[in-house]
Write a protein that binds this ligand. Structure first.
Ligand code: NAD
Length: 313
C-alpha cells in the first residue's frame, strides 16, 4: 500500500472507515473535505496524530487543491454529492460536485505528478440494465439519474486522464454500502421516520424494489484488496455481494429491531421511489471473486449489522 495517501471526502461515511483502516496500515493520511455531509467526529480519533492532516476545504477551490494534493502517492477520490434525489430539484449539483470536482482532482494530480487514483463509482451508471446480475463490460450504459450520469462522466474522465498522462486507476462500482456512521440512505431515512412516528413507516414506491447491499467493512476490504491485486492500468470492478434484499424486507427488519411490532407500513405506490430510482439492482461480482475476493456478509446480514450499529450510535 502506498504510504502518502490523499483522501477526498475522508470525513464521510465510507471515507472515515477507509481512514481507520489506512491508519492501522501505517499510512500518512491527508483528508480533504468540506464537511458538507462528512463529520469531524467520524475522524476524531486521528485528528491530533502526527500521521494525519485534515484540510477543511472545497474541491471546487482549484488553487487550494493544487497545493494540497502535492507530495502524495495516491488519491482516493470519494467526495461527491451523496443524495441521488437532490438532482431532481437542483439539476447542476451532480455536474458540479461530481464531474467538475473529479476533473479538478485529476487535473491537480497531473500538475503535481500524482500517478494513482482510486475512484468511487456506482451501480447507477448501468441505468436499468437488461442483464442482471450486471457485469462490468455491460453496455451501452444509459444512466437514468443525474447522479448516475455524472458518475459515468467521472469514470470517462478518469480513464482518459490515465491514458493521456500515464496514470493508473481503480474504479469501484459500489452496490449500496451500509454500516455505522451513515448520514444518508435507506436505513438512516427509515430510522428517522420511525423516530418521528413510531406507528407508521412510509415507503417510497411499492416496497418491491430489490437491491444488493454491502457492509462497509467488506467494501473497504475489497477496495484495498483490488489495490494490491488488480494490476492493469484501468481496473474497473463491481463491489457487491451475490444476493439482494427488498425494501419491504429491510423495513420489516428495522421495525423488528426497534421493537415497534405494531407499526404500519404505508406505500406511496409505483415501482420506483422517485424519478431516477433503479428498482432492481444486482451486480455481477465474478470478476473480483476470480481475483480472490468474496464479501463476508450477504445483503441481509449487512443490513442487520448496519441497523444494529446505527441504532447504537
Ligand atoms: P458521504 O456523503 O458520507 O461522503 C462524501 C464526503 O465528501 C463527505 O464527507 C462530504 O463532506 C465530502 N464532500 C462532498 N462534496 C465535497 C466538496 N465539493 N469538497 C470537499 N468535500 C466534499 O458519502 P459516502 O456514502 O461515504 O460516499 C462516498 C463515495 O462513494 C461517494 O463518491 C459516493 O458517490 C460513492 N458511493 C456511495 C454509495 C453508498 O451506498 N454509500 C454507493 C455508491 C457510490
Amino acid at each position: 500500500m502506498p504510504k502518502r495517501v490523499f483522501i477526498t471526502g475522508g470525513a464521510g461515511f465510507i471515507g472515515s472507515h477507509l481512514v481507520d483502516r489506512l491508519a492501522d496500515e501505517g499510512c500518512q493520511i491527508t483528508v480533504y473535505d468540506n464537511l458538507s455531509s462528512g463529520k469531524e467526529k467520524f475522524i476524531a480519533r486521528h485528528t491530533s496524530k502526527s500521521y494525519f492532516k485534515l484540510i477543511k476545504a472545497d474541491l471546487l477551490d482549484l488553487d487550494n487543491l493544487k497545493s494540497a494534493i502535492k507530495n502524495h502517492d495516491i488519491v482516493f477520490h470519494l467526495a461527491a454529492n451523496p443524495d441521488i434525489r437532490y438532482g431532481i430539484s437542483h439539476t447542476d449539483t451532480d455536474l458540479k460536485q461530481n464531474t467538475i470536482v473529479t476533473y479538478n482532482v485529476l487535473e491537480t494530480m497531473r500538475l503535481a505528478g500524482v500517478k494513482q487514483i482510486a475512484f468511487s463509482s456506482t451501480s447507477t451508471i448501468y441505468g436499468e440494465p437488461s442483464l442482471m446480475p450486471t457485469p462490468e463490460d455491460y453496455g451501452p450504459l444509459y444512466p437514468i439519474s443525474l447522479y448516475g450520469a455524472s458518475k459515468l462522466a467521472c469514470e470517462a474522465l478518469t480513464t482518459s486522464f490515465c491514458h493521456t498522462f500515464d496514470m493508473k486507476c481503480w474504479i469501484y462500482r459500489f452496490a449500496n454500502i451500509v454500516g455505522g456512521r451513515g448520514t444518508h440512505g435507506i436505513i438512516y431515512d427509515f430510522i428517522n421516520k420511525l423516530k418521528k412516528n413510531p406507528k407508521e413507516l412510509e415507503i417510497l414506491g411499492d416496497g418491491k424494489q430489490t437491491k444488493s447491499y454491502l457492509l462497509v467493512d467488506d467494501c473497504i476490504d475489497a477496495m484495498l484488496f483490488l489495490m494490491n491485486n488488480a494490476t492493469e492500468q484501468f481496473n474497473v470492478y463491481n463491489l457487491g455481494c451475490d444476493d439482494r434484499i427488498s425494501i419491504r424486507e429491510i423495513a420489516e427488519l428495522l421495525i423488528e429491531n426497534m421493537e415497534l411490532a405494531g407499526a404500519n407500513i404505508k406505500y406511496t405506490g409505483g415501482s420506483r421511489g422517485w424519478p431516477g430510482d433503479v428498482p432492481q439492482m444486482s451486480l455481477d461480482v465474478k470478476k473480483i471473486n476470480k481475483l480472490g475476493f468474496k464479501a463476508k456478509y450477504s445483503s441481509k446480514q449487512a443490513i442487520v449489522v448496519a441497523i444494529n450499529r446505527m441504532l447504537g450510535e
